[in-house]
Design a protein around this ligand. Sequence first.
Ligand SMILES: C[C@H](O)[C@H](O)[C@H]1CNC2=NC(N)=NC(=O)C2=N1
Length: 96
Amino acid sequence: MPKRLGIEARNEVLATLTGWKLVDGREAITKRFVFRDFSEAFSWMTRVAMLAEAMNHHPEWSNIYKTVDVTLATHDVGGLTELDVKLARAMDGFTG
Ligand SMILES: C[C@H](O)[C@H](O)[C@H]1CNC2=NC(N)=NC(=O)C2=N1
């Protein structure tokens, strides 16, 4: 199981992630992705879903039309780990 990031490590990581914020009252990060249209949003979600499944690390997310709200946390440790950082970076990368 991955190790939960301490506050310092977590803040260091957050400083390197674009648009990701800590969730209020919970050790998790969140970002809103807005695409050109539904097709772009859902294509992106499909790519992310394949990676998430391969990583066995799954996002909490919701989609309305071209907007996808994502929250990442590692439920197994009740906080953030390198898996969340890896998935966040991949999500950003997949937007092109
Ligand atoms: C049993 C299974 O491996 C676990 O429930 C995995 C699945 N996907 C997961 N996804 C996320 N985001 N956090 C987890 O702790 C997690 N654990």
